[in-house]
Design a protein around this ligand. Structure first.
Ligand code: CP
Length: 334
């Protein structure tokens, strides 16, 4: 059903395809998975740090019998040029198009992590590293978190939520901005929003003014919800957003308007240090289920009592990355 596909954005997968992979992941988690990827190889390139994605991608692929090459940009590979037609007289020794084409000779799939740098949002949202690899690779490309999206995170989160609630249609998910001293990527809230809409959930997006999601991602969320029977509500009020929710998904993300202007962004952010998930807030929800993609700043984004509660799903979320990625690898490379 998804053989040979790129896993770059959830937008390109239908609810039926999402369902297919979720069911496959559940089967593999319950019954085991064999080694269908013997003789196959995955090349991972990280332009940014990672704990969960690096470990779960490598372990998922190798546990299916495959071989993994793990490359860190600016340490293991040459500086890459992204501009088409560039005169490469600067620091970049290699063009991304050549890196993508060469890795396609060695590997059956390429996986990229590439987050925003320090440009304005109009530039960043073009997701140039990912797009360049997607354009020039001749094997399937996996997005391990880019500027705009983190599809495998949200796919694993859907698995975690289904394990708790079964059918997600009509379930209330509060996707809430929480304070962190640093502007974190928008990829997780975008992907979680799109996933919730694809699953027909009642989604509430909550953030302070100035922290609106990317307009393109938000359009996809609204359009998708209209197709699936889901709903989308945006509010600034954290108490209102969490009251009655089946689950609270906390994330801290940067201001798109102030992207590339870190001093102004920090100033705006510093006005919202009180936005933290507490046990009192969770007591207002229907079930106390708490999600976060991690890494999480304890007692800044959420209290220890919330993260360590028996109803917290954060560790299972991280664990389910392994199962969803095994299912994706097995089906994309079938
Ligand atoms: N959630 C997640 O992607 O974690 P890492 O950044 O550690 O990979």
């Amino acid at each position: 059903m998804i053989q040979g596909r790129d896993v770059v954005t959830l937008e390109t997968f239908s609810p039926e395809e999402l369902r297919f992979v979720l069911d496959r992941a559940k089967d593999m988690k319950r019954d085991g998975h064999g080694t269908p990827l013997q003789g196959r190889a995955l090349a991972m390139v990280f332009f940014n740090p990672s704990l969960r994605t690096r470990a779960s991608f490598a372990i998922a692929f190798s546990s299916l019998g495959g071989t993994v090459v793990d490359l860190t940009a600016e340490r293991d590979i040459w500086n890459l040029e992204l501009r088409e037609g560039a005169v490469m007289a600067g620091v970049a020794e290699e063009h991304a198009k050549d890196a993508a084409r060469v890795l396609s000779e060695y590997a059956d799939a390429i996986a990229i992590r590439s987050l925003a740098r320090h440009d304005d949002w109009a530039t960043e949202r073009r997701d140039l590293v990912l797009v360049s690899f997607q354009k020039h690779a001749s094997v399937p490309l996996f997005n391990m978190e880019s500027v705009l999206e983190h599809p495998c995170q949200a796919w694993g989160d859907a698995l975690t939520l289904e394990e708790e609630f079964g059918d997600l249609r009509g379930k209330k998910l509060a996707l809430t901005w929480v304070y962190s001293p640093n502007a974190r990527p928008l990829a997780v809230p975008h992907a979680v929003g799109i996933m919730a809409a694809k699953m027909g959930m009642q989604l509430t997006i909550c953030h302070p003014e100035g922290y609106e999601l990317d307009h393109g991602a938000l359009d996809v969320v609204h359009r998708t919800a209209a197709e699936t029977g889901g709903t989308v509500r945006v509010t600034n009020d954290l108490t209102e957003a969490t009251t009655g929710a089946h689950a609270v998904y906390a994330a801290s993300w940067g201001s798109t308007n102030l992207h590339g202007r870190p001093d102004e962004e920090r100033h705006l952010r510093s006005r919202h240090t009180e936005r933290r998930i507490t046990a009192d807030l969770m007591a207002r929800t229907q079930s106390g289920r708490f999600l976060h993609s991690m890494p999480i700043r304890r007692n800044v984004e959420a209290d220890d009592a919330v993260i360590d509660a028996s109803s917290s799903l954060v560790i299972r979320q991280a664990g389910n990355r392994l199962h969803i990625q095994r299912a994706l690898f097995a089906e994309v490379l079938a």
